[in-house]
Structures are given as structure tokens and as C-alpha cells.
Design a protein around this ligand. Structure first.
Ligand SMILES: Cc1cc2nc3c(=O)[nH]c(=O)nc-3n(C[C@H](O)[C@H](O)[C@H](O)COP(=O)(O)O)c2cc1C
Length: 436
């Protein structure tokens, strides 16, 4: 079976099978934004679950611009306590010859308003509300000196990751966070060396990769998560994504993970949100093979132009779909996200043949039957049933982090309410702690 084959990356690192647990924001840090025992419990569970690579949830490079309360932040000189907390996390996540890669990110204009009323972005273009209610901060255009500072921050975080035992890093350049904002002609309207042509818009990402490589050496895996497209009219297109992949092909990158979308549409989760910007959203095209993996068609096209190994994440559930995708050489690695929340052992079960597919919880978990359900005639309810499954995943992660069993029967409504309560409390505590 293809999924059980090893893969050697360009830097020489060997991955024990073809599974990558894609980044799933953990939200487990307290207001001090440090790793803790909850990360250890969670990654102990996931490392024993069988994936060749575990990518952590996004770790932030600047405490002012995070994705949600509970993110880990690495900036400045780390204390002995911070170093040992990260080392404990790394130790848990690298058991059983598992690779543990730290996903490094800056939230840019997707910083929630409840964390910081102002943020930074390539250009001062604000994001509309998510789910019609969640507000984002007002972005200020980054100065040249601030961009150079961001490059240093990414490099510093990667250095700390290596120093504390993480076996690789991934740069989050997808889903509308800062690095992908720079790639987008819609969000990045700069006229200096950081905007305009696709070479200029890629400059930040490339500078970070080159800076990290210089510090971590040649045998340390560096990966990028890239949108196959933002699926926004006037945004980062599939053609531009291929152009960026060609530019990345000239760097020492070890793995490119393909995803898609931003908060305006959520293609990464194959959602059709009831957002006010529906008219701007482009629906992803489906692949002819492994239809369950919705970005495979884009990866197949990209593969023609680059040699960097490719991971595709989004929708993979069955071993049949996964093996077909690998055999057709559309991708080299299978990314899995949501299935690892209610079924942390699913990779072992797929590898052993005990199961042929992950359970399709996304078609089962809902606010209730009928009008409240996944097929509700009310579009807002229908869309938000699927969108709030993310919060249901968060609560499964929390259970594992607290050393408890996952609960696939958990109520979606309860999970959503509890998430919003914790998020509000966590945001307030975070703002007070950091004096934002
Ligand atoms: C609970 C949850 C948290 C996520 N957090 C992140 C994240 O921190 N970084 C990231 O790149 N993607 C994140 N994603 C997106 C996933 O990595 C993945 O791209 C997406 O879930 C699609 O894969 P799937 O169909 O296997 O779930 C998250 C998704 C979910 C459901």
C-alpha cells in the first residue's frame, strides 16, 4: 500500500509513512502564551496515532497579532521555563520516529478584534465579519522596517523550534494570514519591492525561507503551507499559486502543503459560508480522481512544474482515495486535519486495514434534526452547522489535552457555546496580561 511507504525529503529526512497531521490550532496556552503540559498530553496521543509528520497548530511570532487566545507565541529571548516547556512538547510529539514540525505564523489582518483592535497587513484593507458576527481588527500598512522585523521573528522562532527538539518547521502561507496576504494582489496593494509583481509579493516568504535555512542547516526540513488559490475574485489565483510554486522550487524547500481559501469563504474546509461576500467567492474545481480531496486537481497541475514533494490537505478520508492520489503521483503526502480530532488513532487504523475510511463526522455532527440540521432550508443555519464543527474539533482537542477520551457524541451546540465562553474569557485575560 502506498500510504505505508517511506518518503525521503530533499534535506535527507525520512518520513516513516505518507501521512501528515495538518496544523490544527490547539488553543491550549494560558494568557502567557507558553507551551504547557496540555500540549504534551495531546501530542503524546497524536504521536502514538501513527502519522509520519505532525504539524503543530500555528505558533505565533508576535504576541500582538495572534489567531486566537491560547496560541503559543515565541518571540525574544526564551526563558529556561519556556525552553523546557517546548522541549517537553517536542519530546512527546517525536515519539515512535514521528516528525514534529512547528507551524510558524503571523495572523496579520485576521487578528480577532477581541485580541487587538488594530493589526498590520501589507495594505490597510479590512476583513469583513466572519459568520456575520466575528469582527477583525483594523489593519495598518506595514512599514519596510516592520517587514524586516517580521522576517527576523520568523527566523528566530524557527531557530528556537530546532533548539528545543522540533524536527522541522512549516511556514503558514495559506488561509489569509500575513504571509498569504502578501501573496494576494487584492490584499497586497503595495507599490514598493514587497508588492506588485508576483516576484515582489513572494519576497517576504522567500526571504524567510532563505533566512531560516541559513540558521538551521541543510538537513532540517522546511515546509510551506500554500493556498492553491484564495478562491476570491481578484485574489491569489491558481495561476499565481503555480508561479509561486515555481519560485519556491528554486529554494531549499522540503515539502509544499497545498490547501486553499481564507476567512472569506473557507475553501480549506470545503465550506460555503453564509458570508456577505458570496458574490466574490469562486468554488474550487473538483478532481476526477479521489474526488474527496478537493485540492488534488490543483496539486496535479502544480506537480508538472516543480520537484518539491507535495502534500495535499482537505477532504481525504478513505484509503482508496489516498492510495489513488499517491499512485497517480498527484501528491506525495496525504494531509489529514479534522479526522484526527474525534479519531486520534485513525492513521494506525487505516495503515493496518482495520478501517478503510475515517468516519465522515462532517456529515453527521449538527445542531439538531430538520430545520436545525445540515440540510436546513435556512442557508445561514445550514452553513453554520458546518462552520461550527471547527469548534467541536477544538473541544475534542481540549479533551485529549486534559488526558480524557474524545467524545464523538458531543453536542455541537454545547461545543459552540463553550467555545465562545472560553474564547471571550481567554481574550480578556490575554489582553490584560499583554496590556493590549
Ligand atoms: C479545528 C481546526 C483547526 C485548524 N487550525 C489550523 C492551523 O492552525 N493552521 C493551518 O494551517 N490550518 C488549520 N486548519 C486547517 C487544517 O489544517 C486543514 O487544512 C483542514 O482541516 C482541511 O483538512 P481536513 O479536510 O482533513 O480537515 C484547522 C482546521 C480545523 C478543523
Amino acid at each position: 500500500m502506498k500510504i505505508s511507504e517511506k518518503l525521503e525529503l530533499p534535506c535527507g529526512a525520512v518520513i516513516k509513512n505518507r501521512f501528515l497531521k495538518s496544523a490544527l490550532t490547539e488553543g491550549l496556552a494560558s494568557e502567557d502564551a507558553c507551551a504547557n503540559h496540555r500540549h504534551v498530553n495531546l501530542y503524546d496521543k497524536w504521536a502514538k496515532g501513527g502519522s509520519g509528520i505532525l504539524v503543530t497548530g500555528n505558533v505565533q511570532v508576535d504576541h500582538r497579532y495572534i489567531e486566537r487566545p491560547g496560541n503559543v507565541v515565541i518571540e525574544g529571548e526564551q526563558t529556561n521555563e519556556q525552553i523546557s516547556a517546548l522541549a517537553n512538547w517536542a519530546k512527546a510529539g517525536t515519539q515512535q520516529n514521528t516528525h514534529l514540525w512547528m507551524q510558524i505564523s503571523h495572523a496579520g489582518r485576521q487578528t480577532p478584534y477581541t485580541i487587538n483592535k488594530s493589526s498590520v497587513a501589507p495594505s490597510p484593507k479590512r476583513l469583513s465579519k466572519l459568520l456575520g458576527i466575528l469582527k477583525f481588527s483594523e489593519p495598518n500598512e506595514l512599514k519596510h522596517s516592520e517587514i524586516l522585523d517580521i522576517i527576523d521573528r520568523f527566523i528566530h522562532t524557527a531557530k528556537v523550534a530546532k533548539q528545543t527538539g522540533f524536527t522541522g518547521v512549516q511556514l503558514h502561507s495559506a488561509h489569509g494570514y500575513l504571509l498569504s496576504e502578501f501573496l494576494s494582489p487584492d490584499i497586497n496593494q503595495r507599490t514598493d519591492e514587497w508588492g506588485g509583481s508576483i516576484q515582489n509579493r513572494s519576497r517576504l516568504l522567500i526571504s524567510i525561507i532563505e533566512g531560516i535555512r541559513e540558521k538551521v542547516g541543510n538537513d532540517f526540513p522546511i515546509s510551506v503551507k500554500l493556498n492553491s488559490s484564495d478562491f476570491q475574485k481578484g485574489g491569489f489565483s491558481h495561476e499565481e499559486s503555480i508561479e509561486v510554486s515555481k519560485i519556491l522550487n528554486e529554494t531549499s524547500l522540503d515539502l509544499l502543503e497545498i490547501s486553499g481559501g481564507t476567512y472569506e469563504g473557507f475553501a480549506a474546509l470545503d465550506l460555503q459560508l453564509a458570508s456577505p461576500n458570496q458574490s466574490r467567492i469562486i468554488k474550487p474545481a473538483r478532481s476526477t480522481i479521489a474526488r474527496e480531496a478537493y485540492f488534488l486537481k490543483y496539486a496535479e497541475e502544480m506537480k508538472k512544474h516543480i520537484q518539491i514533494p507535495l502534500a495535499v490537505t482537505g477532504g481525504f478520508r478513505s484509503t482508496k482515495g489516498m492510495n489513488e492520489a499517491l499512485e497517480s503521483r498527484a501528491c506525495d503526502i496525504i494531509g489529514l486535519g479534522r479526522p484526527l480530532c474525534p479519531e486520534p488513532d485513525i492513521v494506525n487504523e487505516l495503515l493496518s486495514g482495520e478501517k478503510e475510511s475515517a468516519t465522515l463526522y462532517e456529515n453527521q455532527v449538527s445542531f439538531g434534526p430538520g430545520i436545525l440540521g445540515l440540510n436546513s432550508p435556512i442557508n445561514y443555519i445550514k452553513a453554520n452547522n458546518k462552520a461550527t464543527q471547527v469548534f467541536w474539533c477544538y473541544r475534542q482537542i481540549l479533551k485529549m489535552a486534559e488526558g480524557k477520551n474524545v467524545d464523538p457524541k458531543m453536542s455541537l451546540l454545547k461545543a459552540t457555546i463553550n467555545h465562545f465562553i472560553d474564547d471571550a474569557k481567554g481574550s480578556k485575560a490575554y489582553r490584560n496580561y499583554w496590556k493590549i
